[in-house]
Design a protein around this ligand. Structure first.
Ligand SMILES: Cc1ncc(COP(=O)(O)O)c(C=O)c1O
Length: 446
């Protein structure tokens, strides 16, 4: 019989370590809704949704049936050469839910990262400009283009240079730890001024093709930017004919209580990139954007044998049907408020919680050494997560010290209550010094 232990040791032997950011030694065998089960039969509540890629939950029978039916009929047939109905239907559906103007098209690939590369290519081809702007702390994926515009971990670049040239990174608006020492009242959007300074001094704005931004900075700690920043960034882009690209791979599809997180900021981006949950568990990446931008590349500029194949499109369409039937955007908003309120009550009790932030069911709990310095408390976050998983709650930290609360949107109140109780127990055990340093033999995280 397989055990988590034997799977882990075989993985170490056969799978490249470049693909592992380990948090806890467990292998999952099955899942249902927001619950997971390991090879030893233990049950876990899922607060991670497989890194926000299982928004409608695990083990959905309707998805399984539609995939089986499609596979028995025709798994896929190269859409680059011939025609299939399902990718067209899915593209039409995606255009219908995209914000703003409906004169839009869709470009498929098989991952979020490859779609980020697609958006880079589109932006350059459309504007005939070469430079790209993105942000410190951003994660946009692992293909060469996507890693080149990311700025979160040097292992993504070490020994593999040169990366994509002419990428410029600026500060993401992080109000909790403002690098200019400003607060809400004194803020003059100094971080936006960094870009304006560059435009005045060394980065000609009319050479910039696009700004890539995560509408909530995900992997660097679920940082929510102020609305005024995003609006000002949008206006700056418009002023210079620069495209604004919203990376919705993690924050899209109901995660924040809306189809797209950028909708919270009342702007319409030029391009939207999706991945993760959009494939309902199968590999799918999507760029959605204005028709004239999408028309700026000619084939075979972004052709993948498997992208937009019938099976993944069938799964995605069924997932969107379930999503609408179950009102998952509304559910995410309401349940997100419920979760956030419970976490704020924990913050009132425990000094090590510096901030609870987020939109919908994309919530970060920032663990700090103290509320004066607001220094990141990596040790506490890692230990709290480790102990929580031991107790049956799948919980990871990002940005060194932020508990990542992104459960499947179908999670029940009882499961939420149980999960948050586990977090509280783990905080107490941490504060009593009951979680040893051996945690770090395994828990590395980002
Ligand atoms: C914001 C963001 N962009 C891009 C990606 C890359 O997507 P994928 O892993 O599907 O290539 C991720 C994945 O974690 C992400 O969170």
């Amino acid at each position: 019989m397989k055990s988590s232990k034997s799977i882990i040791s075989n993985e170490k032997k056969y799978i490249a370590k470049a693909q592992k950011l380990p948090y806890y030694p467990v292998a999952f065998k099955k899942g249902k809704g927001a619950l997971l089960y390991d090879y030893e039969g233990r049950e876990y509540i899922d607060f991670l949704s497989s890194a926000s890629s299982a928004n409608i939950g695990h083990g959905n029978k309707e998805i399984a049936q539609v995939v089986k039916k499609q596979m028995e009929s025709l798994v896929q047939y190269v859409v680059a050469y011939f025609y299939s109905s399902l990718p067209v239907k899915l593209a039409e559906k995606l255009v219908s839910i995209a914000p703003g103007d409906k004169d839009k098209k869709v470009m498929f690939s098989t991952t979020g990262s490859a779609s980020i590369d697609g958006a880079i290519k589109l932006a350059k081809a459309y504007t005939k400009r070469s430079k790209i702007i993105s942000f410190h702390g951003s994660y946009h994926g692992s293909t060469y283009g996507a890693l080149s515009i990311s700025a979160i971990n040097t292992n993504m670049r070490r020994n593999i240079g040169p990366n994509l040239p002419e990428v410029y990174h600026f500060s993401y608006p992080n109000c909790l730890r403002c690098k200019y020492g400003k607060d809400k009242n004194s803020c003059e959007m100094e971080c936006l001024k960094e870009i304006e300074y560059a435009f005045d001094n060394y980065l000609p704005p009319d050479d910039v093709a696009a700004v890539f931004i995560e509408p909530i900075a995900g992997d660097s700690g679920l940082i929510v930017p102020p609305k005024k920043y995003i609006k000002a960034l949008y206006n700056l882009c418009k002023k210079y004919g620069i495209l604004l690209v919203s990376d919705e791979i993690q924050q899209g599809l109901g995660r924040t209580g809306k189809w797209f997180a950028i909708e919270h900021f009342d702007i319409e981006p030029d391009l939207i990139v999706m991945g993760k949950s959009i494939g309902a568990g199968l590999p799918l990446g999507v760029v959605i954007g204005k028709t004239d931008i999408l028309n700026s590349l000619d084939a075979p500029a972004h052709v993948f044998s498997m992208s937009g194949n019938s099976t993944v499109c069938a799964a995605s369409l069924k997932m969107l049907e379930i999503f609408e039937r179950e009102n998952l955007n509304e559910r995410s908003e309401k349940m997100g408020k419920y979760i956030k309120n419970k976490l704020i009550k924990l913050k009132d009790k425990y000094e090590i919680i510096g901030e609870v932030r987020g939109l919908g069911m994309s919530i970060g709990v920032d663990i700090v050494t103290d509320r004066i310095s607001m220094d990141k408390n990596h040790e506490a976050a890692a230990k709290i997560c480790y102990r929580s998983i031991e107790k049956g709650l799948v919980l990871v930290f990002i940005g060194k010290s932020v508990l990542r609360i992104q459960p499947p949107l179908v999670i029940t109140k009882e499961e939420v209550d149980k999960g948050i109780n586990i977090i509280e127990e783990s905080i107490n055990e941490y504060l009593k010094g009951e979680i040893g340093d051996e945690v770090f033999d395994f828990a590395k995280g980002w």
